[in-house]
Design a binder for this molecule. Structure first.
Ligand code: CTP
Ligand code: CA
Length: 228
């Protein structure tokens, strides 16, 4: 009912969202991941859809229901997430990167399960850096020309405002959103700090559902110039 009466502030827009963690294989039965629940990204996908947008949600391994009317692409590794994003970014007008992408992956995933050999020796693992999905999209011609509006997320544990502003510039995005306070991974509520070229504003503590609706309204205002 609320969704029905809500103003359709993103009508005609195509929103691409990444959400959840990535999973980086060590061998066929093991891997490295993180505690991202995907809840914020899924809530944003839902809110964007309810605001009238066409929505594509690229999701790492999470057990969350797909929001109604949202096209979902399930991925595991950062490289697979990048491929899915590249495949959908051409039609998108807004890209919102909420995924907690693994910064590194094991350099050489083993083809077969790594076995103990009885000697007590432990495996040595080498890592390589994963591609930066958001920075790559933000550098693309469509993002540079303003056809594709990019929004980054940041999880910082210290110096929130300064780190968020620095990250926004480093990623080359017009808007960066930082989680305020202690780890929000898995929680149902949060508070957000919005950093853009005009400065800093806050969305105070609320459910991720409400914050997603408020954030979508903030993005719509910046993209379309219209307030919801
Ligand atoms: N991101 C991404 N691809 C990566 C790493 C991050 O798309 N390989 C995106 C995240 O989805 C998020 C933003 O970049 O929107 C910031 O992620 P974050 O981990 O905070 O920044 P990093 O650049 O990885 O820096 P660090 O983890 O060292 O703080
Ligand atoms: Ca990171």
């Amino acid at each position: 009912l609320i969704a029905f009466f809500a103003p359709k502030s993103l009508l005609g827009q195509h929103v691409l969202v990444t959400a959840g963690p990535t999973f980086e294989a060590i061998d066929p039965v093991r891997g490295i991941t993180n505690l991202s629940s995907g809840k914020m990204g899924f809530a944003i996908a839902r809110a964007a859809r309810e605001a009238g947008a066409e929505v594509t949600l690229v999701a790492g391994p999470v057990h969350l229901p797909t929001p109604r009317g949202v096209r979902r692409i399930d991925v595991d590794s950062a490289r697979n997430m990048l491929a899915a994003v590249d495949g959908s970014a051409k039609e998108a007008t807004i890209f919102i990167a909420t995924a907690a992408v693994a910064d590194w992956r094991p350099a050489n995933a083993a083809e077969h399960k790594i076995k103990k050999d009885g000697s007590g020796e432990v495996p040595q693992m080498q890592f390589v850096e994963n591609p930066d999905i958001l920075a790559g999209v933000a550098r693309s011609p469509r993002a540079q020309s303003g056809e594709l509006y990019c929004v980054g997320f940041a999880a910082e544990s210290e110096n929130l405002e300064a780190n968020a502003q620095a990250k926004r510039v480093r990623k080359g995005v017009p808007l960066l959103v930082a989680n305020i306070g202690p780890s929000t991974f898995g929680k149902d509520d949060n508070a957000l700090l919005l950093v853009d070229d005009e400065g800093v504003s806050q969305l105070p503590h609320a459910s991720k559902r409400l914050l997603a609706q408020q954030l979508v309204a903030e993005i719509a205002r910046r993209v379309t110039g219209m307030s919801a």
